[in-house]
Ligand binder design. Structure first.
Ligand SMILES: Cc1cc2nc3c(=O)[nH]c(=O)nc-3n(C[C@H](O)[C@H](O)[C@H](O)COP(=O)(O)O)c2cc1C
Length: 257
């Protein structure tokens, strides 16, 4: 299935269920001119390590008929943040009085009450200076229709390119951070904490103002179907699929009676 050879472990305890594989992983997408294959040594578990049928007994989409998650062989791959689709937002800030926007995948909700969100932005980004200067940033949820503008804001830096006119900026009660009129969901966030990582600054912000386009509400709640947000999965932007189940309800059938 994979290129290159498979070598059995010398240690007999390990060799029972572990193999060492030499695999070539592309550093970037293979279409990229800078494509550099990298050799990784991977350990994979062979044979069954779990009691079959305990969990994940559902049929795998796209697999051979009858293939089940609980029967799958696992392979250890190089350490990185585990892959899940990331919601894409555009953060806005005033940098030396000028509106600037950057695309962020590393965004998330930290607390519902108080409403806290985070963005993790590389230290070198132009926007960071503005967030630190003003103590505020905005979060804007771009619809799939804004895919070009969203990608563009993640390709060029405000340090060298004026991104202030790519969108129509608007402000809430105070001129703290620009929000994007063309995005259906917007929030102003006040920085309450900054966490310094080796390459990034994580800005934790409390939502102090929240706006939603009225046509994107259903029963006064922001409706993801109407908002049509973008997700980042690997190197692809994706749109939401259908509803898979009801939260806080789908698992009830597994509760002990
Ligand atoms: C889809 C996408 C997601 C991105 N996510 C992040 C992110 O989570 N954190 C980050 O620091 N940069 C991220 N970037 C890169 C920045 O948006 C990009 O470097 C931007 O040009 C910085 O702008 P600035 O220098 O004007 O602040 C992303 C770019 C794209 C296209």
């Amino acid at each position: 299935m994979h290129p290159a050879g498979t070598v059995q472990q010398k240690n007999p305890r390990q060799s029972r269920n572990r193999q060492t594989d030499f695999l070539f992983f592309p550093k970037r997408e293979s279409g990229n001119r800078n494509f550099q294959p990298v050799l990784y040594i991977l350990h994979r578990t062979v044979g069954k390590s779990k009691a079959p049928g305990r969990s994940g007994g559902h049929v795998l989409p796209g697999s051979a008929p009858g293939a089940r998650r609980s029967d799958m062989e696992k392979i250890q791959i190089p350490n990185q943040a585990p892959s899940t689709p990331m919601p894409i937002v555009i953060a806005g800030a005033l940098v030396k009085g000028k509106e600037n926007y950057l695309t962020i995948g590393a965004y998330g909700v930290m607390s519902m009450q108080p409403p806290l969100v985070y963005i993790s932005s590389m230290k070198a980004h132009f926007t960071n200076a503005g967030i630190k200067e003003t103590g505020y940033f905005s979060i804007n949820v771009p619809p799939a229709a804004l895919i070009k503008e969203t990608d563009y804001c993640g390709l060029v830096s405000g340090r060298t390119t004026d991104k202030s006119r790519i969108f129509t900026g608007f402000y809430g009660k105070e001129k703290h951070a620009p929000m994007i009129q063309e995005c259906p969901v917007n929030a102003v966030c006040k920085v309450v904490k900054t966490v310094e990582l080796p390459n990034n600054e994580v800005f934790i912000g409390e939502v102090v103002e929240y706006y939603v386009d009225t046509p994107c509400l259903t029963d006064n709640i922001p409706d993801p179907k109407k908002i049509d947000p973008l997700l980042l999965a690997g190197h692809s932007y994706r749109k939401l699929g259908g509803i898979a189940g009801t939260a806080f309800s789908a698992g009830k059938s597994l509760m002990k009676k």
